[in-house]
Write a protein that binds this ligand. Structure first.
Ligand SMILES: [Zn+2]
Ligand SMILES: [Zn+2]
Length: 254
């Protein structure tokens, strides 16, 4: 009997992955995508119990620039980053909420390619929860932009949706008009470490620099891998006269 229930649960979970389909999601809108219990009105994607079980990243255990698991202190950097074996960093540190694996990876992919805006509201809430204790006034939330072409293909920029949700919950301004992408580059995922560093260069541009002078920037993206995209965005933002820049992402890939 236990086996039967387990199989049934797996079948439902398999189907639940397809609930991201817009029509099916109208039929089955409000179930936790992990344990399949009905969600409360104010819950999105996962129930509170499943949220608590998600693989949260202990940022203080990781190098603040790459994913190296070497340190116990929030401000530490690994030897490779320290001696510039990787790149010069134009941002203070990366703060990721989750580890990019299993359920988190599935939800991110579903949110991106299944066109589920509620996924990004859900993650935006979790990011706001993490930032609320130390975000300062004189800050502005800026999403990592995508090109016009990619925006047309996908219909939305997930980083903008994250930024919008965070801005509402934290009462901090956000703008997706300041940092723009002016050139399309190759997808980072297929490139070597060296190629990833060069690939985003010259792709970003800052408009209205007077709006971000000396401001603390929270630069928002979905997944942090090598940090090269965030670093190039930070370089142009810094050149435009901003204060410190913090990279904040849903998940860090190991
Ligand atoms: Zn659940
Ligand atoms: Zn490092």
């Amino acid at each position: 009997m236990g086996d039967f229930m387990n199989n049934l649960r797996h079948l439902f979970q398999f189907l639940a992955n397809y609930f991201y389909h817009p029509i099916l999601s109208l039929l089955y809108p409000n179930f936790c995508k992990n344990c399949l219990i009905p969600l409360e009105v104010n819950e999105l994607i996962l129930c509170e119990t499943c949220i608590l079980e998600l693989p949260k990243l202990r940022n203080e255990k990781h190098c603040k620039f790459c994913s190296s698991l070497e340190f116990l202190d929030m401000d530490s950097i690994c030897t490779s980053c320290q001696y510039g074996f990787r790149e010069i960093h134009h941002f203070e540190r990366n703060i990721s909420i989750f580890i990019y694996e299993d359920l988190i990876q599935e939800i991110i992919i579903a949110g991106k390619f299944g066109k589920r805006p509620s996924v990004w509201r859900f993650f935006g809430r979790e990011m706001a929860r993490t930032l609320q204790t130390f975000i300062q006034s004189n800050s502005i939330i800026i999403p990592v932009p995508i090109s016009k072409k990619r925006l047309m293909e996908r219909g939305f920029n997930q980083s903008t949706l994250l930024a919008k949700e965070m801005s509402e919950l934290l009462s901090v301004d956000y703008s997706d008009k300041i940092l723009i992408k002016i050139k399309d580059n190759n997808k980072q995922i297929h490139l070597s470490q060296e190629e990833r560093i060069v690939n985003p260069m010259g792709c970003y541009h800052v408009r209205f620099p007077e709006l971000i002078k000396n401001k603390i920037i929270y630069l928002i993206d979905d997944v942090y891998t090598t940090g090269s995209t965030v670093n190039e965005c930070s370089r142009v933002l810094k050149e435009a006269g901003t204060g410190p820049i913090y990279s904040v992402t849903v998940a860090k890939r190991d």
